[in-house]
Design a protein around this ligand. Sequence first.
Ligand SMILES: CC(=O)SCCNC(=O)CCNC(=O)[C@H](O)C(C)(C)COP(=O)(O)OP(=O)(O)OC[C@H]1O[C@@H](n2cnc3c(N)ncnc32)[C@H](O)[C@@H]1OP(=O)(O)O
Ligand SMILES: O=C([O-])CC(=O)C(=O)O
Length: 395
Amino acid sequence: MTGDNAKRNLEFKPGLEGVPVTLSGISFVDGLNGILEYRGIPITDLANHSSFVETSYLLIWGHLPNEQELKDFEHEIRYHRRIKYRIRDMMKCFPETGHPMDALQACAAALGLFYSRRALDNPQYIRDAVVRLLAKIPTMVAAFDMMRKGNDPIQPRDDLDYSANFLYMLTEREPDPLSAQVFDICLTLHAEHTINASTFSARVTASTLTDPYAVIASAVGTLAGPLHGGANEEVLTMLEEIGSVENVRPYVEKCIETKSKIMGFGHRVYKVKDPRSTILQNLAEKLFEKFGHDEYYEIALELEKVVHEKMGQKGIYANVDFYSGLVYRKLGIPSDLFTPIFAIARVAGWLAHWKEQLNENRIYRPTQIYTGSHNAEYVSLHERPTGNDRDSVNF
Ligand SMILES: CC(=O)SCCNC(=O)CCNC(=O)[C@H](O)C(C)(C)COP(=O)(O)OP(=O)(O)OC[C@H]1O[C@@H](n2cnc3c(N)ncnc32)[C@H](O)[C@@H]1OP(=O)(O)O
Ligand SMILES: O=C([O-])CC(=O)C(=O)O
């Protein structure tokens, strides 16, 4: 530490590890004991007894809804699923090779063109934004998937619940009850997770008092990265690349030797197996029992075993992204939709944090430790170095 920085007694924590950036009553993680709670309720209880829509209500409004509250919330979401034809037209111009997360980020931001009034002190505006985002994000994900294949998007079905309707919009076939139930549990498991990178991004954006569509668009962009939500798609690519159970050990050894990350493992907070990963693994097994085995599962099991053996003492275990892809694959979902599905679920958590941020807002504006020079010379254009000479000059 030098000069001014030392005087101000600043200590840099890379990745803000261990630095509290907000007070929050939304969710809780105990990373040493593998505990996750939403509003104090253990994740296993919500996975076993709740639904994604009910859990979203819990996260956003702070309590479990009574019968009427749940009915009204479900009803509102059901009837806001349609998207403007202009958004569909916009999507038609997207390249079909584009990643669905990029399409989703653009569409989430585009919602602001229609609904952004920034009436953040109006409870009805908040309610409408919550309902619209929860209702329309799945429709946009499914519509992009249909359109990139050259098909018209499938209109949402008002008689289907949240998860069954999404699966229907992907295939134009009503899902069987087990698939819809498993998918709904997946959404519940992914709905919220304290101050992870995308939620932090949502809160920073929210703190400027911009509109909720910008908040969600910024969070979607952050979730997409392979160190965060994007890892679920990368896991499948990795399992494909490993190809067989025999290749697992050499693959892990090579990763250790080259210091490469093994996708779906490790976590800033969990130093044991992520509790969501255990539930997702059970869900995958349920699907295999009913719909047949997946050859990648044996590879995944061996990978988990070898990573545990070699890296368990460092606290590196399977995270939420490790088994989710195997569940979605069994449901027939293409792997580049895995992260958009994560986003569909996490919209609930992001909205809860948006609301909480607005309740006691102060703009996020942390500090930095400056490592550059002062009073540097302005070198005129024709005197500046070219090509390799540049390395020798300190800009
Ligand atoms: C929804 C989610 O976001 S869950 C996380 C999804 N991301 C992934 O699965 C990608 C793989 N995992 C990772 O990159 C990391 O574990 C993260 C990003 C999740 C957490 O990162 P951090 O808390 O910053 O841990 P960091 O990357 O510093 O790792 C600490 C040590 O463990 C090692 N490590 C952590 N995760 C892994 C991994 N997946 N494979 C191999 N080594 C790992 C690091 O190399 C580092 O070792 P070192 O101390 O010898 O240098
Ligand atoms: O908490 C994190 O850093 C990442 C994570 O597991 C999540 O966002 O679900």
